[in-house]
Design a protein around this ligand. Structure first.
Ligand code: IPM
Ligand code: MG
Length: 350
């Protein structure tokens, strides 16, 4: 099994290194090769998603990604920004289904800014469409109309795009508590009226799964009011981007949240939900657990190895139970550790 490793920028290399160590410790037949994506790729080649990376990523069975971006790239032309590399690889590999589980580990109930009783036992799965919507719609740009600048983006979804992400949501719900909440803004946006109509059509093939709908503004409120009402949430690219950040805070820290981005054949890219955290890059203090948990998702979804995925997840639970905490999830009385120590502890727990 071939894994393309893309450490990226900021804390990316530090956290990816720990996930790679964990994968190696499992004694599976994994070939790992590194390539450049994001700002580091711009620095080296001028292109955030260079040809060599494209080749390696296309040939691999799965991709493990750290994070991309940094303030030093903000002034570059848009085609050269690190984020363009990330969007480029998602689109190039056809990774339309982004799974973002938000699970609260009981040990971290106090790390959330919400009351423990609101988040205790939380286990939701946000399914975000990842290759369509306003992120990719045309026309787009900034141009001059009537003597002033206007900014343009286009929210667009075809019914086939909605249907395939809908199926992923219903299939996922079948393995969980058989509830899907589809999030849209159909009271204002035609694009999401179609989203709702197509979700209702898809639901006919899944009579055993309960489908509900929620407007995105209400969904944002309900996520912080009573998040445990949700099981699987399915939504478009932009709403999913926003709601998944909100959901991450329910679990105490975005430093804990893994993600999988899958194509139609379960080839996937696995990355933490958080960014490159330039403010703490290079200090060895970043939380590697989201990336390590992303490696577990890789084993589960791309390599069909539930046993190995479970081993990693149990090892993470164990180190949390032992009281080890990186700065983002630290509470008084716990043992504060850095990135490497946290990786060591997970390896020991394995
Ligand atoms: C995410 C990130 C990206 C996105 C950025 C870095 C382009 O916020 O993966 O959620 O908006 O998709
Ligand atoms: Mg985001």
């Amino acid at each position: 099994m071939k894994i393309c490793v893309l450490p990226g920028d900021g804390i990316g290399p530090e956290i990816t290194a720990e996930a790679v160590r964990v994968l190696r410790a499992l004694d599976l037949k994994l070939e790992m090769e590194e390539a450049l994506l994001g700002g580091c790729a711009v620095d080296a080649t001028g292109d955030p998603y260079p040809e060599a990376t494209r080749k390696l990523a296309r040939a691999a069975d799965a991709v493990l990604l750290g994070a991309v971006g940094g303030p030093q790239y903000d002034a570059l032309p848009r085609e050269q920004r690190p984020e363009r590399g990330l969007l480029g690889i998602r689109k190039d590999l056809g990774l339309f289904a982004n799974l973002r589980p938000a699970v609260l580990y009981p040990e971290l109930a106090n790390a959330s800014t919400l009351k423990p009783e609101v988040v205790a036992g939380l286990d939701i799965l946000i399914i975000r469409e990842l290759t369509g919507d306003i992120y990719f719609g045309q026309p787009r740009g900034i141009e001059t109309r009537n003597g002033e600048r206007v900014g343009i983006n286009t929210m667009i979804y075809s019914e086939s795009e909605i249907r395939r992400i809908g199926r992923v949501a219903f299939e996922s719900a079948r393995k969980r508590s058989k509830k899907v909440c589809s999030v849209d803004k159909m009271n204002v946006l035609e694009c999401t009226q179609l989203w709702r109509d197509v979700m209702l059509e898809v639901a006919r093939d899944y009579p055993d799964v309960e489908l509900t709908h929620m407007l995105v503004d209400n969904a944002a409120m309900q996520l912080v009011r009573n998040p445990k009402q949700f099981d699987v949430m399915v939504t478009g690219n932009m709403f999913g981007d926003i709601l998944s950040d909100a959901a991450s805070m329910l679990t105490g820290s975005i430093g804990m949240l893994p993600s999988a981005s899958l194509d139609e054949k379960n080839k996937g890219l696995y990355e933490p939900c958080h960014g490159s955290a330039p403010d703490i890059a290079g200090q060895g203090v970043a939380n590697p657990l989201a990336t390590i948990l992303s490696a577990a998702m890789m084993l589960r979804h791309s390599f069909n190895d539930e046993a190995a995925a479970g081993r990693i997840e149990r090892a993470v639970k164990k180190v949390l139970a032992q009281g080890l905490r990186t700065g983002d999830i630290y509470e008084p009385g716990m043992q504060r550790v850095g990135t490497r120590d946290m990786g060591d502890a997970v390896l020991a727990a394995l």
